[in-house]
Design a protein around this ligand. Sequence first.
Ligand SMILES: [Zn+2]
Length: 112
Amino acid sequence: MEQCNISLIVFIGNRRKRFKSNRYDIIVKLYRKIKQEIPEAQLYFMDHRYPHGPEEIRPPKKNTYWCPYCAAYRKFKSWYKYRICEICLVSDNDFNVKKYNQLFSKRKEKSS
Ligand SMILES: [Zn+2]
C-alpha cells in the first residue's frame, strides 16, 4: 500500500476536512479547485515527508509551537495528555515537533 503523506486541510466555517494523497499534483489541483469554488475556505498544506525547521525563531507564546508539517507557528490545543496542532493535528509527542520546539528536556524533567 502506498502511503498518503501529503494532506490538504480545508476549513469552511467550523467544518474541517482533510484530503490525503501521495501525489503533490493531485493535492495542488484540489487546492485550486476548492479555492475557486469556495472562496471563503481556508486551505493548509501538510507534508509529512519533509518536516520543516523554523526560518526565524520567535519568542514562544503560550500554547504556540513550531509545527514542522504546517511549516508555521501554530496554536497547539490540549488533547488527552498531549497537545495537538490545531490545523494538522500532529501531537507534541511527534519526534519533529519535539525537536524543533526543544521539548525533549522539558518532558523529562516533568516525569521525574
Ligand atoms: Zn500543523
